[in-house]
Every structure is written in structure tokens, then in C-alpha cells.
Design a protein around this ligand. Structure first.
Ligand SMILES: Cc1cc2nc3c(=O)[nH]c(=O)nc-3n(C[C@H](O)[C@H](O)[C@H](O)COP(=O)(O)OP(=O)(O)OC[C@H]3O[C@@H](n4cnc5c(N)ncnc54)[C@H](O)[C@@H]3O)c2cc1C
Length: 234
């Protein structure tokens, strides 16, 4: 506001969320298009759409979210962290955290079939039992050569976790800007064969689209025949 006063600009603002307004303001600074004779009658939603259509998407990098995501599998986060630009991550460590009480994420296509599910469950239980055995039983010269207890534990947990499956549940803090999220949603939100990507995309979209509806106006959630959802870019 001080900036606008200093430049004697009378910005005609439309009803919108603060995050979307920041995107609009950032775009308008580029062209100094505030006020009479300088700005069109576009609403915030129309203005943001215009920026996106033009590919002027750096303005979307000014709005950020931090999420804590839990109940997801290590398989999911392994794919998620491949997205580097505009993202920051902090994930539960299997070297510092004992996984003896770990939970596991069941893929719906396994959960829906009792026979397959019981085989899956048996395999998971065997793996966890082996993990606990290794954690408590391994005590060899290789470990003892480490100078500190901390490094012995790290080695022990690293070795033991090698038997944990991709389905092991994890927790991850994600910080991402709107541009990076839009790219992630476009690439991952509608992959029909990847239910976890679709589900997390839909969950994140529901949060960000409430706070910045204009910045995500070209995405919608669609129901799928199997009662799951996907996030589609229009
Ligand atoms: C359907 C699907 C299948 C996949 N299969 C595999 C697989 O089999 N094996 C595998 O290893 N990965 C696979 N990936 C991961 C994929 O290759 C990307 O690493 C991942 O999706 C992250 O996307 P991104 O590169 O766009 O990264 P982001 O970090 O989201 O990057 C955003 C954009 O910035 C630009 N950018 C980022 N980094 C660079 C760079 N270093 N140089 C130049 N431009 C850059 C690109 O334009 C990029 O699209 C798959 C992804 C999908 C969606």
C-alpha cells in the first residue's frame, strides 16, 4: 500500500483471496499497471488466468505453502522428492528413528481382494519381524569398529531397514510454491495407475485452491469409477 501511495497509484481491486491478490500485485508491478488508464476491467481471477495463459508464471512463485503429510508410503515419497524446483522437504529418517512400530500403506487394488491382501499382509509381517530381529540381534565386528554409539546405531538401522518394503509409512514436511505445485499437479494428479499420487494431489489441491482459487482455477477433481479421484488440468 505504501508503494502504491508513493507512486500515486489507485489500484482498482476486486474481491479475492490475499494469496491471489499477491499474484496479481506481482504481475502489475512488472507493468506498473495500477489504476485508471493503466489497468483493464479484469477481475483478479481473469487477471491471474491471463498471466498463466501467457506463461508469465514466475508471479506464482510468491505464494507458498508448508504441509505435513503422513500416512503415505516410502514408494510415494521416493517419487515425490524427484520434484526439486520450488520444493523443500524434511522427511522422517529411518537411520535416526527405530521402525519396529512401523505402519504400512495398503494399495487399494490389494486391499479390495481378501486373498491377495492376506498374502500381502503375511509378507509385510515377515519383513517387520525380520527387521526387529536384525535391530536386536545384529552385533558383529563390523558394527563394533565404529567409534561412537550414534554411528553404530546408524549402521545397524541402515542395515536393518534394507528389509523394509516400499509400503512402509512415512511422514514428510513439504514446502512448495504455487508454480511448482501446478507443475506437480499437471504431471502427477491424473496418473490413473498411481492412486497415491492422485490422492495426495487431490488433498493438496483442496487446501491450496481454497486459499488461492485463481491460481489453481484450471484444475478440477474428477471422480473415477472405482470411487477414487484424480486431479485434472482443464
Ligand atoms: C509418468 C512418469 C514416469 C516416470 N518414470 C520415471 C522413471 O522410470 N525413472 C526415473 O528416474 N524417473 C521417472 N519419472 C520422474 C521424472 O523423470 C522427473 O524426475 C520427475 O517427475 C520430476 O519432474 P521434473 O523433472 O519436472 O522436476 P521438477 O523439479 O518438478 O522440475 C520442474 C521443471 O523445471 C525444469 N528443470 C528441473 N530441473 C532441471 C534441470 N536439472 N535441468 C533443466 N531443467 C530442469 C524442467 O522444465 C522441469 O519440468 C517419472 C515421472 C512421471 C510423471
Amino acid at each position: 500500500m505504501t508503494f502504491l501511495k508513493e507512486h500515486s497509484f489507485n489500484w482498482k481491486r476486486s474481491q479475492c483471496e490475499p494469496a491471489d491478490e499477491l499474484v496479481e500485485a506481482s504481475g502489475r508491478v512488472c507493468y506498473m499497471s495500477f489504476g485508471d488508464g493503466r489497468q483493464s476491467d479484469k477481475t483478479n481471477k481473469e487477471y491471474v488466468k491471463h498471466l498463466i495463459d501467457q506463461g508469465h508464471e514466475s508471479v506464482l512463485e510468491h505464494i507458498n505453502w508448508t504441509f505435513i503429510v503422513s500416512g503415505v508410503s516410502r514408494a510415494f515419497t521416493h517419487q515425490l522428492v524427484r520434484h526439486r524446483v520450488g520444493f523443500a522437504y524434511s522427511q522422517l529418517s529411518q537411520q535416526y528413528h527405530d521402525e519396529s512400530e512401523a505402519c504400512f500403506v495398503v494399495p487399494p487394488s490389494i486391499r479390495c481382494c481378501p486373498k491377495t491382501f492376506s498374502k500381502w499382509q503375511e509378507s509385510i509381517e515377515n519383513n517387520l519381524t525380520l527387521y526387529k530381529k536384525l535391530i536386536y540381534e545384529v552385533n558383529n565386528d563390523e558394527l563394533l569398529c565404529h567409534s561412537s554409539k550414534k554411528e553404530r546405531l546408524r549402521d545397524l538401522r541402515s542395515a536393518s531397514r534394507s528389509v523394509l518394503p516400499n509400503a512402509t509409512e512415512t511422514k514428510i514436511v513439504i514446502t512448495a510454491n504455487a508454480r511448482a505445485l501446478r507443475h506437480f499437479f499437471t504431471m502427477r494428479g491424473a496418473l490413473e495407475g498411481d492412486w497415491e499420487m492422485r490422492e495426495v494431489s487431490c488433498e493438496l489441491f483442496q487446501i491450496v485452491s481454497k486459499e488461492a482459487p485463481a491460481a489453481f482455477q484450471d484444475f478440477i477433481i474428477k471422480e473415477m469409477p472405482n470411487n477414487s479421484r484424480k486431479l485434472v488440468k482443464l
